[in-house]
Design a protein around this ligand. Sequence first.
Ligand code: 2BA
Length: 138
Amino acid sequence: MIRAPRRGADGGGDRSRPDAGATRPILAGVKLVVAIVNPEDAGPLVDGLLEREFRATRLHSSGGFLKQSNATVILGVEDDAVEEVLGVIRENCHSRTQLVNPMPPILEPGEFFLPYPLEVDVGGATVFVLPVERFERL
Ligand code: 2BA
């Protein structure tokens, strides 16, 4: 898990290397977790991640289908911490039923449209786990 800045894989103490002491990239075993969640769950989710010392970024987003606000939380984590992160997401993100008003159709004269809201189940979180080629904090 990427909890704190790492000064190179060997701690940065190798003076024989030209970049000794500099921040070097973490090259192996990192995943990018992308979680699309309800905006009401995003705050508790980020707090829960920070409590466990995971760094996270919250982005404002909106769903293509419902066109309503949601939140996208992204974080880089080492491979062995992915399951812990998914556990924090499960703890904090809950599925909901949302009501949506369907778009009224184009009506011919004399036709009428009686709108009634539709129920849509929105999952607790839509999560992608992506391999990361290179992670670096400069
Ligand atoms: P929305 O696109 O606004 O979708 C909200 C909910 O509407 C979905 O919940 C799903 O229950 C329903 N829905 C979406 N597309 C549909 C369709 N073509 N026909 C019928 N029902 C449909 P979730 O599946 O839990 O998705 C929640 C949000 O996660 C989505 O918001 C979207 O922002 C994101 N998402 C879901 N799947 C994704 C994917 N494959 N790639 C990227 N983003 C995704």
